[in-house]
Design a protein around this ligand. Sequence first.
Ligand SMILES: Cc1cc2nc3c(=O)[nH]c(=O)nc-3n(C[C@H](O)[C@H](O)[C@H](O)COP(=O)(O)OP(=O)(O)OC[C@H]3O[C@@H](n4cnc5c(N)ncnc54)[C@H](O)[C@@H]3O)c2cc1C
Length: 392
Amino acid sequence: MEFDAIVIGAGAAGLMTAIVAGQRGRRVLVLDHANKAGKKILMSGGGRCNFTNTNTTPANFLGRNPHFCKSALARYTPWHFIEMVEKHRIKYHEKSPGQLFCDESSKLILRMLLDECAASGVRVELNTPVTRIRAGEGGFGCDTPLGRFSAPSLVIATGGLSIPSLGASGFGYDVAKQFGHAVLPVRAGLVPLTLSGKHQERYDGLAGVALPEVEARAGGSHFRDALLFTHRGISGPAILQISSYWEPGVDLRLDLLPGMDACEALRQGREERPAAEFRTVLSGLLPRRLAERLCEVWLPSKPMRQYRDAELKDIAAQLQDWPIVASGTEGYRTAEVTLGGVDTDEVSSSTLMSKRQPGLFFVGEVLDVTGHLGGYNFQWAWASGNAAGQAV
Ligand SMILES: Cc1cc2nc3c(=O)[nH]c(=O)nc-3n(C[C@H](O)[C@H](O)[C@H](O)COP(=O)(O)OP(=O)(O)OC[C@H]3O[C@@H](n4cnc5c(N)ncnc54)[C@H](O)[C@@H]3O)c2cc1C
């Protein structure tokens, strides 16, 4: 029942910590309360796991201390992970620039991690909740239904609160608090936004309408990608990305025609089809159902020849800075990540060890480090797991 390191959480970060520590000859035990390891890995990337992004830089991460992630990311790059993937002959492809996905299935990534664990002698115990943690002279004691396990190093890799049905819990935050760590406020990130009241009614019936590219802007950040209207509000990659920068009260704007001189496009529409209604011309630039709704609710529609230049300029400016009043997010039920978490000021950025409790480590999403959409969250899990695995 004695180990060199106990890792709580058999997700991406916990398994990577265990592999690296095991390869260094450490006797490692991984405990997880779920009945399966790596459930989020299996679900990820639509079942194909977007396991890294070759364009990863610290700028792809949010957190109160933007410098914290630098050291671990520099020491374990996407290429290190790709090397492991290639060693296991897992075929992959690049989707949008930098985003790497398995050709076949996420199962292969989980299989690879578990095989690497087995190869370095790591013991993995599933269905094993930790009921109590005690710190003593020789390290940590973890009480479980299987008995008490002890080790001088304890790694908390229990992730965030997103998707409780996949085993997410606030356990890591509770352990952090137990040892005097500050936990920064948490909220759902990479999550669809909801609309309510009149703001929902105005877009009612548009569920399923998709725009291949919008620019979503909020909180000083902007993302250009697809948008999708849902039954409850808006989603799609552009919205998931900006959701991490949005909170109730934050101004959210959409450029519905990004990269386009919208005024020029409307003028051209007037020149080519002076008798056509504005809504018809707008339907050439936006999905028809959306164009019609915009004209029903907000924009005047009359024959194009009746528009003066100033009016077209004004409409173009509106289309490129369209305010959306979101009421909230879909919450942890569908969020890909949890923003906030264990305050990184009290954790070493090079070893991931607590500055308050020697031997206690935090890795992965439980920390206040959150990546953009596109494989960055797994890259943080691998990199932080590697850093702790080198140190335990
Ligand atoms: C649907 C979905 C799709 C995603 N797709 C991608 C993607 O394609 N690319 C990408 O980069 N990121 C993706 N993410 C984000 C990514 O999955 C996470 O950022 C990453 O898994 C975090 O790793 P982690 O090891 O810190 O936590 P997790 O992977 O969440 O692992 C935590 C582990 O701890 C266990 N645990 C929790 N509480 C306890 C407890 N009390 N006792 C014992 N064990 C416990 C859990 O069962 C789990 O196994 C996706 C997330 C979701 C939800």
